[in-house]
Design a protein around this ligand. Structure first.
Ligand code: SF4
Length: 351
């Protein structure tokens, strides 16, 4: 028996999951259901080692083939550096085939570590840090109660880069709502251009039905964006990003409408902009058809799919049905489909 946390990045799907802390020490972001209703705690090195022993037994027949490990949960670097080093060294002793160990960390936690500590962790085998920055806008960060500032994001990110580790920054188009959409795109690009991370991973915003953000919607403080408006925001973001050697990824997350917008910025920025423009130049009906095709399955479709007469004839009546009683019925339906992909809070009383 060993413990596992509820989430890990999609890129860690094949990784050994080693839970070094439980849940999130901050846990106040109003968009994030992942750890709501459960408390943060640190695990002792001895507890973690027992888990690693149990995993070694369970995976005995193919443990040499396991190449990567991910330290869970939301902010593993809150542990003492010496404890993390001990866990990493122990894991590598048990799983000698590992060539990549990664973890999530909050920007404020990274800020507290010295570059020397991060270098030590890197030398021991911690090769990549995943950071949820969500937005570069101070106003958006404040509204979503992220508990970090743009300065924290830049300082934390730059330290990881300086230590030689690979850095994945996660961003959330749409999380600023309509009022802060441009600010969200421009400020996020401004920070990322300074940090120059290895990966920018796009996580299109979707609202959980139990999220406290619903109250902001009711009070008019937060105006949700539909799929088409979020594509416009991503277009502004990409246009403002430098052509640096950073992998901009929509392809690893199915909530992103245009998953083909994916590649190194210094090689594929013109292609990515042209894909976004291709979508934005469709008629409103074609854009809705594309959104419905994508949201109804995990399949990816070329944008040209909506120019097919047969597809149009089949799907348009469905959209008309959704809009018959409510002009916004289609977008509400899409919002519902998107929310199905979110993790569930572990409480009915998410405040
Ligand atoms: S987004 Fe990250 S920091 Fe915020 S509550 Fe969720 S896990 Fe914690």
């Amino acid at each position: 028996m060993y413990e596992q946390g509820v989430i890990r990045p999609p890129s860690e799907a094949q990784s050994l999951l080693i839970r070094v802390t439980r849940n999130c020490p901050w846990n106040q972001c109003i968009f994030c259901p992942a750890y709501k209703g459960v408390k943060f705690s640190r695990r002792t090195v001895e507890e973690v080692k027992k888990d690693i022993d149990n995993m070694e037994k369970e995976y005995a027949s193919y443990k040499g083939m396991i190449r990567s490990a991910f330290l869970q949960d939301a902010d593993s670097l809150v542990l003492k550096t010496s404890d993390i080093l001990e866990i990493i060294n122990y894991t590598k002793g048990k799983f000698p085939g590992l060539d990549r160990i990664t973890t999530y960390a909050r920007a404020t936690t990274l800020k507290r570590k010295s570059v020397e500590e991060l270098k030590e962790l890197y030398s021991a085998g911690l090769t990549r840090i995943h950071v949820g920055m969500e937005s570069g806008s101070a106003n958006v960060l404040k509204m979503i109660r992220k508990g970090i500032t743009p300065e924290d994001i830049v300082e934390g990110g730059k330290k990881v880069v300086e230590a030689g580790m690979s850095l994945s920054e996660y961003i959330m188009p749409g999380v600023g709502g309509k009022t802060m959409s441009s600010e969200n795109a421009i400020e996020t690009a401004r920070l990322l251009n300074q940090i120059k991370p290895d990966f920018i991973r796009v996580r299109t915003f979707a609202m959980h039905p139990k999220s406290p953000m619903r109250k902001l919607v009711e009070s008019g403080t937060f105006v949700t964006m539909n799929d088409i408006e979020i594509v416009e925001e991503i277009r502004l973001l990409v246009a403002n990003l430098d052509e640096m050697h950073t992998y901009f990824s929509c392809g690893d997350f199915s909530l992103n409408l245009l998953m083909q917008v994916d590649g190194y910025l210094d090689e594929k920025k013109p292609y990515m902009l042209s894909e976004l423009d291709k979508f934005l130049s469709l008629t409103p009906d074609q854009q809705k058809i594309y959104a419905l095709l994508r949201r109804s399955s995990y399949m990816q479709y070329p944008i040209e799919a909506v120019q097919n007469e047969e597809v149009m004839k089949k799907i348009l009546p469905e959209i008309e049905k959704l809009e018959r009683d409510d002009p916004d019925g289609f977008h509400k339906y899409i919002e519902m489909l998107k929310s199905y992909q979110l993790p569930q809070p572990q409480t009915d009383d998410w405040k």
